[in-house]
Design a binder for this molecule. Structure first.
Ligand code: HEM
Length: 458
């Protein structure tokens, strides 16, 4: 036999060598895991308190008492709740030298002083505990990771034990991320309890901004009309007001994505070093910029959809008809206003270009796209094109407002039009950026970012 056929025969032998894996626990997770293991070519044996009454287990698996099941395999999944770990200490001699995979989670954080995996390790000292699969749901196991999270996070103290778990996870079709020693188990157990942690702050900002702008515009446009002229124009809430609130929130949130970066630049200039930590609030703000941007994009998208219906609105058609008829009645010629044509076309164009770049920013922030860009490309898109988007959308709003800020009718009850408020944060961000890119300032910031320190002795 030549060397190629020897290698093929070895490979063939490896593929058909059926390893046995034991699962303690016959609940949803244990059953889905067993089925997946069987489909991947493993023998599965369940350990149960009551083997005779353990029903609905996957076809092809065996079920026996815990001690007997433990004797069949080297690797054992512990798919029972931490409160029921007690029985494992009585199996200490049967489990000696085995690898136990702790897949458990808790109902809430801080329930126990130590992680479940560390507790298991202390309960059965002769075993090696590896924390894994706790971030994978029964559903992900059933779908083979095709339609759900495919990443298995693992941690443990012994490399050989972890490697065995890695092999199993990979043959089930999952990717593995090693998070280090068993001390990381508490963090892994907290992960499934988190509910969109990075989205919380952006959601709160979006809700507060939406509520504020809505009530501001409601007071200024609808309530003012009712109180001073007795006119009921509450119907405007549905489209006109919505189409004020959404773009304004979008613009402010877009600028809030870039404000922390600019503040960080000024802070580094002030400190004269990049090695001093930013305040916690700035750190947290920087971490959720992507989420802020994606929410801003969603609001911008709503604005575009609302804008599309403007020409078909009953109120708009009614106003156009009344105006046209009044021109005809009074025999007035509707003069073409070149400035107005420029203004309208320009603000539409700025809006469309801004929205186009905005969508591009959103697409490049998706992990599948951003992973294919190198750091320079990613920062070019997110920083340069990001500022360009902000600039275009700010111009779009300026051109929309045009000279309205000069007219006294724009200040009802001393309240300026909502779009004027929306321009404050973007203008601040753009001015800060303008200062930062001035050559004399930029040179200093770049040196600081390369490691130069104002107070260093060298
Ligand atoms: C206002 C069109 C994208 C921010 C408007 C208005 C129109 C319009 C027609 C006037 C609405 C009205 O009279 O009620 C468009 C088009 C876009 C676009 C066609 C892209 C396809 C954007 C984007 C932003 C934005 C991406 C912000 C990120 C604003 C703001 C106003 C406005 C703040 C003023 C709202 C108000 O106070 O009434 N836009 N826009 N627009 N737009 Fe856009």
């Amino acid at each position: 036999m030549d060397s190629d056929s020897v290698a093929m025969a070895e490979l063939h032998g490896k593929m058909h060598k059926q390893e046995t894996v034991c699962i303690f626990g016959t609940g949803d997770f244990g059953r889905s895991l067993g089925l997946r293991l069987l489909q991947s070519g493993y023998n599965v044996v369940y350990g149960s308190r009551d083997p005779k009454n353990s029903l609905l287990l996957p076809k092809g698996s065996k079920v026996m008492a815990h001690a007997a099941a433990a004797g069949e395999a080297h690797v054992i999944f512990v798919a029972v709740q931490r409160e029921h770990y007690g029985f494992l200490s009585s199996l200490a001699s049967d489990l000696e030298g085995k690898v136990l995979i702790d897949v458990s989670n808790n109902l809430r954080r801080g329930l126990y002083p130590e992680s479940n995996a560390e507790y298991l390790s202390s309960l059965v000292p002769g075993v090696t505990v590896v924390k894994a699969f706790n971030t994978i749901s029964a559903w992900a196991l059933q779908s083979g990771g095709l339609d759900a999270n495919r990443q298995v996070l693992i941690c443990g103290d012994r490399a050989d034990a972890k490697q065995q778990v890695v092999d199993i996870a990979q043959s089930l079709g999952f990717t593995v991320l090693d998070r280090g020693s068993i001390r990381a188990a508490a963090e892994l157990e907290d992960l499934p309890l988190q509910l969109f942690p990075l989205w919380r702050l952006p959601f709160r900002i979006a809700i507060c901004l939406t509520a504020f702008i809505f009530f501001y515009a409601l007071t200024r446009d609808v309530i003012y009309e009712r109180v001073t002229n007795g006119k009921d124009i509450a119907f405007r809430i549905m489209v006109s007001l919505a189409n004020k609130v959404f773009p304004i929130v979008s613009l402010v949130m877009l600028s809030l994505c870039y404000l922390p970066g600019a503040l960080a630049g000024f802070l580094q200039l002030y400190n004269g070093t990049k090695y001093r930590r930013f305040p916690d609030w700035l750190d947290r703000w920087m971490l959720c910029r992507k989420q802020l941007g994606l929410l801003a994009l969603a609001f911008g998208f709503l604005h575009v959809l609302y804008t599309l219906v403007i020409p078909i609105r009953y109120y708009v058609r009614y106003r156009i008809n009344v105006y046209t008829i009044s021109l005809v009645k009074d025999n007035i010629t509707y003069e073409f206003d070149n400035t107005a044509a420029w203004r309208y076309d320009s603000y539409y164009s700025m809006g469309i270009l801004g929205f186009g770049l905005f969508v591009l920013l959103g697409i490049t922030s998706l992990p599948s796209v951003s992973n294919s860009l190198n750091w320079r490309e990613f920062s070019f898109v997110q920083s340069k094109l990001g500022y360009m988007t902000l600039l275009l959308c700010t111009f779009h709003t300026f051109l929309y407002g045009w000279d309205r800020f000069l007219k006294t009718s724009s200040y009802r009850w001393w309240m300026p039009q909502a779009y004027m408020l929306s321009l404050v944060v973007p203008c601040v961000v753009l001015i800060l950026k303008l200062i930062l890119i001035m050559p004399c300032v930029d040179r200093k910031v770049t040196r600081i970012r390369q490691g130069w320190e104002r107070h260093s002795k060298t």
